[in-house]
Design a binder for this molecule. Structure first.
Ligand code: HEM
Length: 442
């Protein structure tokens, strides 16, 4: 029952006391900001791993729930009202009721993404979303587990992983730097086309814009750089090289308001998260008894790779690459413990739900079976790709390409992690940037 004030008005959702405010700011919200919300800072991620900041964040959220109950709780920082969600039903509600009254185009996201994609779907008004979201879904073929470009994507992946393995055979090791070079080429070929393979400039331009995005509104926009970057994307769309997503962009009918070339930066940018998830998944597979054999045995059925897909999902559950899922309310909203005014930022801290060992027995162990069936709203929220109308439209492209990369890596090579992981008790934070493998050709 919502609380009421003496005048009969519904009371507001409880606000945290001063000490709890400070604890939440430092233990829950600061980590993702310092690590870099738009482009990661490897040194900060390494430090977060040493301190296991994500485990501290989850423990803090559990403490809040036992102290305040399962209704949302409010924080107030100058100029911003923030509500943290503590209950699974509230998570499903907020994600399902998007974009109104819970808009994905939050103040902070607009500040960050406007540096490189001011017309991207994620930062659009509900009216603009009506054309931009379907455009993304059409090109990325959101509902299809296997994209119609899977053959072309498989060819790119086989070639680029093979080139990486040539280097690995020579050095006997695989580290993040080599993996990231391979990944950059692979992504440019899949998204922009074959001639973009060695266009490091386009990736560097985006990285520079994303670095500005890490500071959101606090950093002025570099319009000239943004224009150069977006013109380069338009160039690849006009080339429309066969098998690329750029070719699909060129072919897909779009109303003016869809601004097709401005949907592409989000794809290039989001493929980074897939790189981290894939490298972490490699750590899981190579440390878990029997996992490599299971992965190899399904490679005969590629691209149908359910175990590898579930492993990637597990990597994302254990170490979510979007730890803060944000929505801004566009109207007053009512909760079991009170109301929230319009303009409140609603925060879903994904690690809390993914690693809540008070509710999820598998919280800290590698458990691919969690993903053997589609998940429903009545299930515990595991939301690495968000959910509802704002769910990542690239989810299936991610699972397809990431599982193929892992399969190709493991086909004929044995990887041994230089720092072993205990897959029955995994830490809350894992930096992909410091993972290192010793590799032997079978
Ligand atoms: C591991 C990789 C990825 C993860 C974990 C991921 C996760 C997410 C999440 C959580 C959101 C919602 C963000 C929000 O509500 O603020 C999102 C949105 C989006 N993602 Fe992904 N993503 C990944 C890769 C990709 C890739 C590779 C593409 C395209 C090829 C893509 C395309 C998009 C687009 C276009 C949106 C905006 C959707 C909208 O506003 O309706 N993502 N993603």
């Amino acid at each position: 029952m919502p609380r009421t004030t003496r005048s009969g008005d519904e009371a507001e959702v409880p606000t945290l006391g001063a000490v709890d405010h400070l604890r939440v700011l430092t233990r829950v919200l600061l980590g993702p900001v310092v690590k870099g919300p738009i482009v990661r800072r490897p040194t900060a991620v390494g430090l977060a791993e040493r301190l296991d900041t994500d485990a501290a964040g989850v423990a803090e959220m559990q403490r809040l729930r036992s102290r305040y109950g399962t209704g949302p709780v409010q924080l107030r920082i100058p100029g911003r009202r923030i509500a943290l969600l503590l209950d699974p039903a509230d998570v499903h509600r907020v994600l399902n009721d998007s974009p109104t009254p819970f808009s994905p185009a939050t103040l902070e996201k607009r500040g960050a993404l406007n540096h490189f994609e001011p017309a991207g779907a994620l930062v659009s008004t509900p009216q603009q979303r009506l054309s931009r979201r379907p455009f993304n879904e059409q090109v990325l073929e959101t509902p299809r587990p296997v994209h119609s470009h899977a053959t072309a994507m498989t060819k790119v992946i086989t070639e680029e992983v093979s080139a990486l393995l040539g280097h690995v055979d020579f050095t006997g090791t695989l580290d993040w730097e080599a993996f990231a070079v391979m990944w950059g080429r692979l992504v440019r070929r899949i998204v922009l086309g074959a001639s973009a393979r060695d266009d490091d400039q386009v990736t560097d331009d985006l990285r520079r814009l994303r670095q500005r995005g890490n500071f959101s509104y606090l950093m002025p926009q570099n319009r000239r750089l943004r224009e150069r970057f977006l013109r380069r994307l338009q160039h690849y769309i006009e080339l429309a090289e066969p098998g690329s997503l750029a070719a699909l962009v060129a072919q897909t009918p779009a109303p003016d308001e869809a601004v097709p070339h401005q949907q592409v930066p989000q794809w290039l940018f989001a493929f980074d998260a897939e790189a981290w998830a894939t490298f972490r998944a490699l750590s899981l597979l190579t440390n878990h008894p029997g996992a490599v054999e299971t992965a190899r045995s399904e490679m005969a059925h590629a691209p149908d790779l359910p175990f590898l897909r579930a492993t990637v999902l597990e990597s994302l559950r254990l170490w979510p690459t979007t730890p803060l899922i944000l929505r801004d309310s566009t109207a007053a909203t009512h909760w079991r413990n009170g109301t929230l005014p319009p303009g409140t930022a609603l925060v879903i801290y994904a690690p809390f739900f993914h690693r809540d060992d008070e509710n999820l027995p598998q919280a800290h162990r590698f458990s691919p079976e969690l993903w053997s069936q589609d998940r429903e709203d009545s299930d515990w929220p595991l939301v690495p790709f968000s959910a509802g109308p704002g769910m990542c439209p690239g989810r299936n492209v991610v699972l397809l390409t990431s599982s193929l990369v892992l399969g190709e890596l493991l086909r004929q090579h044995d990887f041994t992690a230089q720092e072993p992981l205990d897959t029955s008790q995994l830490s809350g934070t894992l930096s992909p940037f410091s993972s290192h493998f010793t590799v032997r050709h079978d």
